[in-house]
Design a protein around this ligand. Structure first.
Ligand SMILES: NC(=O)c1ccc[n+]([C@@H]2O[C@H](COP(=O)([O-])OP(=O)(O)OC[C@H]3O[C@@H](n4cnc5c(N)ncnc54)[C@H](OP(=O)(O)O)[C@@H]3O)[C@@H](O)[C@H]2O)c1
Length: 347
């Protein structure tokens, strides 16, 4: 059982594809034979700028989809041979065996989800824990969690609206799907060439993020109850602040959820009454036990959302085998529009 991986050999170094040992899954861990692995903006930021300390040589990539190859001690959630998807733990454990762009990868039992007959490439576009964490965690936006089939919102939530800035991003598309399945009214933004995608996802109000008129169009939809900036760049946060605090008008108080730190260079100052917090979320934290059960248990929302087709994300863009990882990192650094880059380690 030979493993082969795309290694980032040194900090900010080259990506080299080579044979390597196959890891043994430890207590509560599972060895996955990886058929598809997504790469995402965070991978590019680590490969190019080493934004967090990691152990090298390193293997990037998450989530992975494939079949269960072997079970570590104590694992009972899935069986050998089952088709699954799972976020990897490489940013937590920082070791190569936990990265996704390799033929065999070690994942955590608690986060693995069975996918039935869903394509592996499609499954990796759907399995991010960030949108459901940001929307439905008890310490995050704490919105009402969706069910399959959909159930009515409680009366206290009926008619509430969420602004999802960046609706064509990987995080934005999934956030729209989750919020719509829960029953909320969704206002979202993208470039005009992605309006069709946002419409298909069910967004109720869709605006061009680059059109200055979008500010007043969103103000005309007030009140907006929840604010989620899935882009979290100075340009996106500045525009959201124009919606909340236009010159000469009173500030509308809001708490904006971001995916990057509000302290990043170039981020605008927040007016009194407006707060912005970067989403930090552990699926294992004691306060997230209910959330984890709802999303990740056997028969939970993620499994049912993937199998039923309720969950929709950006389309998968398969870039090739392990040799394509370097090219994928370059593509992500330049920025992609409405697509998830996917590597097939056996291609
Ligand atoms: N904190 C966390 O836990 C966490 C987790 C996941 C991701 N993230 C971060 O969240 C960000 C989004 O990740 P992702 O994977 O969803 O990104 P992505 O899919 O690569 O985002 C691409 C999209 O961004 C949109 N976009 C680019 N610049 C924009 C701008 N100035 N205003 C509005 N939209 C803009 C583009 O929309 P159009 O093409 O329609 O213009 C494009 O579709 C990244 O920075 C990532 O590192 C953080």
């Amino acid at each position: 059982m030979n493993n082969r991986a795309a290694f980032l050999e040194t900090e900010k170094g080259k990506i080299v594809v080579r044979d390597t040992e196959t890891a043994e899954p430890g207590e509560g861990e599972i060895l996955i034979k990886v058929q598809a692995c997504a790469i995402q903006p965070a991978d590019a930021k680590i490969a190019k700028y080493a934004i967090v300390p990691m152990e090298y040589p390193l293997v990037l990539g998450s989530p992975v989809a494939g079949t269960v190859e072997a079970l570590g001690p104590g694992v009972s959630k899935v069986a050998v041979g089952e088709r699954v998807v799972c976020g990897t733990k490489v940013f937590v454990h920082k070791k190569a065996k936990y990265g996704g762009v390799q033929r065999f990868c070690v994942v955590d039992e608690s986060e693995v989800v069975e996918i039935g007959n869903t394509d592996f490439t499609k499954a990796v576009t759907l399995a991010s824990y960030t949108p459901p964490g940001a929307l439905f965690g008890s310490t995050t936006l704490n919105m009402h969690r969706p069910t399959i089939p959909a159930s009515p919102l409680p009366s206290s939530e009926v008619g509430k609206k969420i602004l999802i800035w960046g609706g064509s991003s990987a995080m934005g598309t999934l956030s729209i799907t989750y919020a719509k399945q829960a029953g909320y009214i969704v206002i979202s933004t993208s470039s005009p060439h992605n309006f069709g995608l946002l419409k298909d996802l069910g967004a109720d109000h869709i605006f061009d993020h680059s059109d200055p008129a979008t500010v007043d169009k969103i103000r005309a939809l007030f009140p907006v109850d929840y604010w989620f900036d899935t882009i979290s760049l100075p340009s996106s946060l500045s525009t959201i602040l124009k919606i909340l605090a236009p010159e000469g008008a009173p500030v509308t108080p809001a708490d904006i959820r971001l995916l990057l730190p509000p302290s990043m260079p170039g981020m605008p100052a927040l007016p009194d009454g407006v707060t912005a917090q970067m989403h930090r979320f552990s699926t294992h934290a004691p306060e997230n036990v209910d959330w984890q059960k709802w999303l990740l248990s056997r028969g939970g929302f993620l499994e049912m959302g993937i199998k039923s087709g309720v969950l929709k994300g950006v389309p998968a863009h398969v870039i090739g085998g392990l040799d394509s990882v370097e090219e994928g990192i370059e593509m992500l650094s330049k920025g992609v529009s409405a697509k998830k880059l996917v590597v097939e380690p056996w291609a």
